[in-house]
Design a protein around this ligand. Structure first.
Ligand code: SF4
Length: 214
């Protein structure tokens, strides 16, 4: 198969152009994250851990364990442990024993870590500001496309974890055809409009048991 970066073929293939565009977008994310590292003397992954812990620490404890971070970010446990150790030394995170099992612990933000995580959490907002320029119909089409692409990459083993409605066992697509809220979530027993479909839902349970997915 030809490379998606070969301009001779890319110019006439929409799928190759989409992949090249996504690669260019990933570069924008990389640059924005690196800008934060210079300002705060943290590695990109440490910044991502802090922001992840900020928005997942109230949820099921398993989401904030070292093993879970390793799967979430596709890293080895040794790499995660090193990054977490450095965050502990900076007094940004601490380990809280897991109730009922002293061998397991949950990662928590210290007050200082929470303050910094809040500040860092806006690192991708400039991209949102640009996305917001598009009308809601266009955003819905892109959201649907991206969710289906992520689900396909997850089935192919390229993406390990996703907590999207379309891969959730509680999701009933097109349960209410012809209405403004065509889908249904069996967990909250509520119809869902397309724009309510979630990319990262704490209550998500996988439709098919995927290796590494909780
Ligand atoms: S539990 Fe969450 S991910 Fe699953 S269908 Fe309901 S809202 Fe979507």
């Amino acid at each position: 198969m030809e490379s998606v970066f070969n301009l001779a073929t890319q110019h006439r293939e929409t799928d190759s152009k989409i992949v090249a565009a996504l690669e260019r977008l990933s570069q924008a994310f990389r640059i924005l994250l690196w800008e934060q590292t210079k300002e705060h003397d943290l590695s990109p992954i440490q910044i991502q851990f802090l922001v992840y812990l900020l928005y997942h620490q109230q949820e099921r404890g398993s989401l904030c364990r070292v093993s879970r971070l390793a799967r979430e970010f596709d890293l080895t446990q040794a790499t995660v442990s090193d990054a977490v150790k450095s965050l502990e030394e900076k007094n940004l995170v601490y380990r809280e024993p897991y109730p009922g099992d002293k061998r397991v612990f949950t990662l928590r933000l210290t007050p200082q870590g929470e303050q910094l995580a809040l500040k860092l959490s806006t690192w991708a907002n400039v991209i949102k500001e640009n996305v917001a320029q598009f009308c809601s119909k266009e955003q819905e089409i892109v959201l649907k496309f991206l969710m289906q692409l992520i689900a396909s990459l997850q089935r192919g083993g390229i993406i390990t974890i996703s907590r999207m409605c379309i891969t959730c066992r509680f999701f009933q697509p097109d349960a209410h055809p012809g209405t403004d809220s065509p889908h249904h979530c069996k967990l909250i027993d509520k119809p869902l409009v397309n724009s309510e479909l979630r990319i990262d839902c704490p209550e998500h349970e996988p439709l098919i048991e995927v290796k590494g997915q909780e």
